[in-house]
Write a protein that binds this ligand. Structure first.
Ligand SMILES: [Zn+2]
Length: 414
């Protein structure tokens, strides 16, 4: 969530939604003609030309795989050295939280990553303030899983309930704006609540379930950062009806300067220091805690499930399973053949889609015709609205200048 995605201002061109791609097609793989660009899928992972920026080498291996080898893998420590690094980091977290009730804060959504992290943090002997942000879309199973984790780990849970009328207004504004990332209102709410609450409680370390093993690959052209409050406010100004009085955002200055440099806050991603395997993590959660699987990624939020499996592939041709499976191929958790087989499964069983569609419309207060009319409007890019991208570029230039002058490297933000 903390990533900047400064991708070019384009959307996928005339590409079929990946869910409709037939892996057993008689056309040679990687050479299927679709509109102005040849359809091509990486020969090592399953990223394809639904990423408009993707490029392939002469062996058909994509830039995401090369970036994983060259850059991302340097921050991934699943071997024994990871444990040593993690022990060092944990010791520092404990030290920073000495004489305080909590030494870190952990956001618990009930999904696999944050649930497993909660379990690991207990074993690491940290004392987290555990927070859940209820944006109105929790599945019943998510609520039950959160209760089980908290009870098992003997954590106290703080639940922050978002003002539903404001959330609804913001989500409808995003829908009307026709941008790809409809998850921004939820994601921004989760992070901003967590950071504001950490500051209120003088907590310096934010624990994140973000991890390279299952999320190391993501096409930056698909959408911008959920933390970009300038973009969020601009979209709401254009299409919202209410004023956002209770919805707290994080500003650019807070996010990149105030929290890390003045408040000395750091984000720690412990799952990058252990051999994190999604299937093993779910098995351990089920065995130890009685946690139950959602059957699909992000099943903890009814909105995210609907958005990722219907809106995004149908309207934009983006199938989020692709970067997720590609990350797992590169981190050695699944084979490419296994990933291709997963992609053959339907994104939505028809009856489940009908139920979710009905629920979504009822919950946000629009009828089916209105929904279909809104979704049929032209796709927009997040850069059609003001963004913080220019500020970010200026920050990076300043950082490079300071580094040249001082000869030191500064990690402005994790
Ligand atoms: Zn690849």
């Amino acid at each position: 969530m903390s990533r900047i995605h400064p991708g070019p201002s384009v959307v996928s061109e005339a590409l079929r939604p990946s869910s409709t791609i037939d892996a057993s097609s008689s056309c040679p793989e990687g050479m299927l003609e679709t509109g102005r660009r040849h359809y091509q899928v990486c020969t090592r992972c399953v990223m394809d030309t639904s990423d408009p920026d993707i490029v392939f080498d002469d062996r058909g291996v994509c830039n995401h795989c090369h970036t994983f080898d060259r850059v991302t893998s340097k921050h991934w420590h699943p071997g024994p050295e990871g444990r040593v690094l993690l022990d060092g980091l944990v010791a520092r977290v404990r030290e920073s939280g000495q004489n305080q009730e909590y030494d870190c804060i952990l956001g618990l959504s009930g999904g696999v990553d944050s649930s497993y992290l909660a379990l690991k943090v207990k074993k690491l002997g940290l004392r987290p303030l555990v927070m859940h942000v209820d944006a109105g879309w929790n599945s019943e199973l998510a609520v039950s899983n959160i209760e089980k984790i908290v009870k098992y780990c003997e954590y106290e849970l703080y639940t922050h309930v978002m003002d539903w009328e404001e959330m609804r207004d913001l989500q409808l504004a995003y829908l009307r704006a026709g941008v790809a990332n409809q998850d921004v209102p939820q994601d921004h709410a989760f992070s901003s609540s967590l950071y504001h609450f950490a500051v209120m409680n003088n907590i310096k370390t934010v624990l994140s379930g973000g991890n390279i093993a299952t999320e190391g690959i993501f096409p930056v052209a698909w959408h911008g950062s959920a933390m970009d409050a300038i973009n969020l406010k601009a979209i709401h100004r254009s299409y919202g009806c209410l004023s956002l009085r209770k919805f707290k955002t994080i500003s650019f200055t807070q996010y990149y300067l105030w929290y890390p440099l003045v408040k000395k806050m750091k984000t720690l991603r412990p799952l990058n220091y252990i051999p994190y395997n999604r299937a093993d993590a779910m098995a351990e959660l089920e065995r130890a805690v009685g946690w139950r699987s959602y059957g699909r990624k992000h099943g903890e939020s009814l909105f995210t499930r609907f958005f990722q499996n219907y809106y995004l592939p149908t309207k934009f041709g983006y199938d989020k399973r692709r970067p997720h499976l590609s990350s797992m191929i590169n981190s050695g958790q699944i084979s490419r053949a296994g990933a291709m087989k997963s992609l053959e499964e339907p994104l939505y069983p028809p009856r489940e889609l009908e139920t979710d569609l009905h629920y979504f419309c009822k919950k946000v207060g629009i009828n089916r015709d209105e929904f279909e009319n809104i979704v049929a409007q032209p796709n927009r890019h997040y850069r059609d609205f003001p963004t913080w991208d220019r500020k970010y570029q200026l920050l990076k230039k300043t950082q490079a200048l300071v580094e040249r002058l001082t000869g030191r490297t500064y990690n402005v933000y994790s």
